[in-house]
Structures are given as C-alpha cells and as structure tokens.
Design a protein around this ligand. Sequence first.
Ligand code: ADP
Ligand code: MG
Length: 327
Amino acid sequence: ETIVNRIAAGEVVERPASAVKELAENSLDAGAHRVEVAIREGGRSLIAITDDGCGMGPDELMLAIERHATSKLPDEDLFNIATLGFRGEALPSIASVSRMSITSRPAGDENAWALAIEGGKVGSVAPASGPPGTRIEVRDLFYATPARLKFLRSERAETSAVIEVLNRLAMAHPEVSFSLHDGNRERIRLRAEQGELLDARLARLGAIMGREFMDNALPISAERDGATLTGFAGLPTFNRGTASMQFLFVNGRPVKDKQLTGAVRAAYADFLARDRHPLLTLFLEMEPRIVDVNVHPAKAEVRFRDPGSVRGLVVGALKHALAEAGH
Ligand code: ADP
Ligand code: MG
C-alpha cells in the first residue's frame, strides 16, 4: 500500500512546484481569499502553505490524507467537475514521501486540529491552536524516495518553477491574495483585486506581467458554441527576448495543452517565425461537461469534446484582434 502510494506520488508530484500547485489548488477549492506560501531550498526542505479557507474538522482531517477520499464529488460525476481537485490523490501522495503536518480550523469552530504524517504513517488528530483556515507544512519532500531526489534540479530552478506555478494560479484568481517567501526573500506579493472580473484580471495581469507587456497587448474577447475566450495577446512586435511565455487557462485551471498552443501558433503564423512564440494570457471558459480534465495526473492537459470548435474560437479571436490592430 505504502509502495503503491509512493509510486503514484511520482505521477502527481514530480518536484516541489507540483506539490505547491496541488496544495495551493486545495486552498482555492477551500474558498481561501489569502494564500501564503513559504519555501526553503527550492521547496525541498520546506513548503509551508497557509490559507483562510473553510478548514477541516477532526474527521475531515483524517479523510483528507486517505487515498481517493475527496470531498469534491457531490454527484460522483467525473465529467462535471468545477473544482480544481477531484481525485483525492494529492495530499496522501505528498504525505507518503515527506514529513507532513496539517493544522486546520473550520470557520466557526473555536479551536484547530492538528495531524502529522511521516512517510505515509498517519498519527492521530489532536487539538491545537491556530486561526481559521488551514496550514500545511511539508518537510523533506522525497526523503522517502531518494531516486526522486536525484531528478530535482538546482535550488534556483526549483524555486523558479514554484514562482511560475503560483503566478499561473494567481492569474486565474485575482480575487485572492498570494505571497511567496523563499527563506527571507519575498518573491511574490499580490494583493487581492476588487471589482468586475475583467478589471480584476487586468490589474492582476499587470501586477504579474508588468506594465510593458500590458502596453503591448491586445484585449481578447470572443464567443463560440457556448465557450468564451478572454485575455490579452502580445503584439507580434513585442519581444521581451525570453522563450515561450504563454499562460492558458481552461475554466480557471492552468493548462499546457498542445491543441491550444497549436491554435495560438496558427493565429500568429503570418507574423512570427516558427521558433517564436507570442507572450499571451488566455482564459477559456466553457461548460465543465464539454471538457475533460481527467486526462493527465498533473491535470495540465485537457480533452475537448469539440476540438475543432475550440481551435476555431482561439484562431479566429486572435486573428481578428491582430487584424484590428493593423496586422
Ligand atoms: P482533492 O483535492 O482531489 O479532493 P486532495 O488530496 O488534494 O484531493 O485533498 C483531499 C481533501 O482534503 C480535499 O477533498 C479536501 O476536502 C481536503 N483539503 C485539502 N486541503 C485543504 C485545505 N487547504 N482546506 C480545506 N480542505 C482541504
Ligand atoms: Mg487537491
């Protein structure tokens, strides 16, 4: 059982950044308005995440680290998933390859509860003190799987990956404040943006991507077959000299999807050399029923029921915006 957990852990959690992604997604699913992350040594020796979400009582706490236990499938319908998590896999997987402690206090409860798990061995739930919400500390990630440790890159590379993961999530959730500390250094500080979603997204994008990108980007807004596409697409002439920087989201979920990347490439084909990628951030919103996110354990790929329609929407919207801007 423990071995099975550890093997599965490699699929869900391949490096500190993937653990940070899973933990932060849980905070968002818990309705948090504030997500604070601290890491040490690129997340290898410590990942600590604190949120002000709904919290967990003693029973929920035990369930949370049980394999395939999830509180997020009210109708047990895998194709109608609106939350970020749904497999009940992340916490037990991370817990099986680290030393984890969880302190959580449900909103409205007077005190918190704590649970420690070491290399998959579950302790018992004990009363604790703490503010409403959840704090999870993951120490010595992969100490129980030395082979996995060998695949980790430099502290600097792992730290950048954590920053990228959090920035992607932060783009999709402008109403939530995010921070990241790396030892004593503050690496991310994003305040919660108020107001209409589009305005809030714009403000959040500006905070992450910088003024220069915003001044060189075209607003995108289009609709097709019940799917909507919004966001900002960098002008072909805007070149920050960096490699690909594309942020794509499907129903608020950061994805890295070949079909979507291909559609972007096609739209820019007349303006950019094949080895150049535009800087852009696109949000695709559609009914959960017509998109399957259950394709890859890390949930970065999606399967559309009608890929042709999605491609048409993306290519059409980008080409239209580029033409309007005189390209
Ligand atoms: P999933 O997100 O797929 O349900 P996880 O293993 O990531 O599975 O989490 C298991 C369960 O633990 C969740 O369904 C949720 O009930 C609970 N949980 C995890 N993190 C939090 C959190 N930060 N706040 C409240 N509940 C949480
Ligand atoms: Mg989860």
